[in-house]
Design a protein around this ligand. Structure first.
Ligand code: GDG
Length: 482
């Protein structure tokens, strides 16, 4: 019992809630923007523990030890432990294997995948580094929670060294069908790596099923499809589907803050159109930014009466700028924005406002409040938290969410206007529908979605993991007794 009280959470992910930045007064932790951070940092802030992650900078020397910092700096609640990476490791493990092979593969962009042995070897090496850092922190009873596709091998490395370690793993992006996965020369290693965990979570049942089918067909593992369990090396692994929730009440509170509301009003007068549409995402080809802009152009082309009356604000957060595909994308997006503004802009009116930058969270909520229509149109997305955050922020029930059917969140947000981002004409027509939607229908749809986002919030999501862990412990003792 006493042990349970001292158990810590050891969070492990490629990036944490902070990036380390050199300043004149030394290294400073700067808040980072990502879906993972939004979801799990509140847990660490509440329960304490340590977050093991790369600090987003090049290691000062080859064998440098990572920095350890109490964070947040002004009111420390947990520790940040850096895993230092060399320039070569960043290039081969992060830009290379993680973002040039696994990311496009899992998002069904086979033509963007590049498979290189040197990158794979560095991925293995860096996964060992992360596992080593986690093992140094872990004592019996602690929970090691590993995240995402960058670190698929960590669970089995930890398992080999500490067979009794309690482990969670959450895979934040889609998990592809095994036909696609098997194009990766090291697919079976990825699967074996993941099977080191006790509980493996995905956003959707279909991703979890893809994983179960993959281990059955590529590893010949014993799978109990009815109970979502894999039996592997005298252990059982539970594979669950839990779409991540957000901190609903936090967004509601922020949306009620008078400063946020008045900033939203200021944004309305600044952009000065009848209907404001908004998109916020990392600048990533999976998010379908170019396709959305092309559809916006078609919509303005076909609906002259909307010209001068509506603008799209596109906030694109810089991301993975060292990966060539992302640099090219920025140029492509800028060219389309320029063309649309040239075609349909007049006087001070601009049909698209493009910002290549992240903004503070409170400011983000002001944008959510200012937007009549939110366009979330990824070509593929594990879940998409922005869609849920917009819904939570709409205190008065107004607003329309236009959502890609290829975002995991589409399975939950039934009140959204669903679009197929590959069908530009269809999407353009649905933009018109969204902009014309009357208040009564907006509220009906929005309240339905708010109820869902409120009930299945971040606490629900964390509770699912906890319960699965408890169930896994019972199952483990059952297997070892029999
Ligand atoms: C991955 C998966 C999955 C965005 N711009 C700003 C900003 N953000 C915050 C949002 C949101 C988060 O970043 C983005 O989360 P998403 O879920 O939309 O997308 P990914 O970053 O691709 O996340 C995704 C997620 O992991 C969780 O598992 O849903 O499918 O790809 O919280 O608010 N925050 C601030 N300024 C910005 O400009 N402060």
């Amino acid at each position: 019992m006493a042990k349970k009280q001292t158990a810590k959470i050891i969070m492990v992910s490629n990036r944490g809630a902070y990036n380390l930045q050199a300043t004149e007064s030394g290294i400073r932790p700067v808040p980072a923007i990502s879906g993972l951070v939004s979801a799990v940092e509140p847990l660490l802030k509440e329960k304490g523990g340590v977050w093991i992650a790369w600090g987003g900078r090049e290691a000062p020397r080859k064998n440098a030890t990572g920095l350890r910092l109490p964070v947040p700096q002004d009111d420390p609640l947990y520790s940040f432990q850096e895993v230092p990476l060399t320039a070569e490791e960043i290039e081969l493990y992060y830009n290379g294997f993680s973002n040039g092979a696994l990311w496009p593969l899992c998002h069904y962009f086979l033509e963007k995948c590049s498979y290189k042995a040197a990158e794979w070897e560095t991925y293995v090496k860096v996964n060992n580094k992360f596992a080593e850092a986690a093992l140094l922190e872990t004592t019996e009873g602690d929970v090691v929670w590993v995240n995402d596709y960058h670190l698929a091998l960590v669970p089995s490395i930890i398992r080999n060294r500490q067979p009794k370690a309690k482990q969670f793993f959450f895979w934040h992006i889609p998990f592809p069908h095994h036909d696609l996965l098997s194009t990766l020369p090291w697919a079976s290693h990825i699967l074996r790596g993941l099977l080191g965990t006790d509980v493996l979570g995905f956003h959707l049942r279909s991703y979890a099923d893809n994983f179960l089918n993959a281990v059955a067909s590529l590893l010949d593992a014993e799978v109990d499809f009815e109970h979502n369990t894999v039996y592997w090396q005298q252990r059982c692994i539970y594979v669950g589907a839990w779409p991540m929730g957000i901190d609903y009440h936090n967004f509601r509170r922020r949306a009620m803050d008078p400063a946020t509301v008045s900033r939203a009003m200021a944004l309305r007068s600044q952009f000065n159109v009848e209907r404001l549409a908004l998109s916020v995402e990392r600048l990533d080809y999976t998010k379908g930014i170019v396709e959305k802009l092309l559809a916006w152009e078609r919509f303005l082309d076909k609906s002259p009466k909307w010209r001068g009356r509506t603008s799209l604000i596109q906030i694109a957060v810089p991301s993975r700028t060292a990966v060539p595909a992302y640099r090219l994308l920025k140029e492509e997006v800028e060219a389309v924005v320029q063309r649309i503004n040239h075609r349909f802009g007049q006087g001070s009116y601009r049909p698209v406002h493009f910002f290549w930058q992240g903004i503070p969270r409170q400011e983000l909520v002001s944008y959510y409040l200012a937007a009549d229509v939110m366009l979330v149109t990824p070509l593929r997305d594990g879940l998409n938290l922005v869609a849920k955050e917009y819904v939570a922020s709409r205190r008065d029930g107004s607003g329309v969410l236009v959502l890609s059917r290829f975002a995991g969140a589409a399975q939950e947000l039934k009140g959204a206007v669903l679009v197929n981002p590959y069908d530009l004409d269809g999407m353009a027509a649905l933009f018109t529908r969204a902009l014309n939607m009357d208040r009564e229908e907006q509220e009906k749809r929005m309240r339905l979605m708010q109820e869902r986002v409120r009930r299945y919030d971040i606490r629900w999501w964390l509770g699912c993991f906890y319960q699965a862990m408890m169930a896994a412990e019972r199952e483990i003792s059952h297997v070892s007794e029999s």
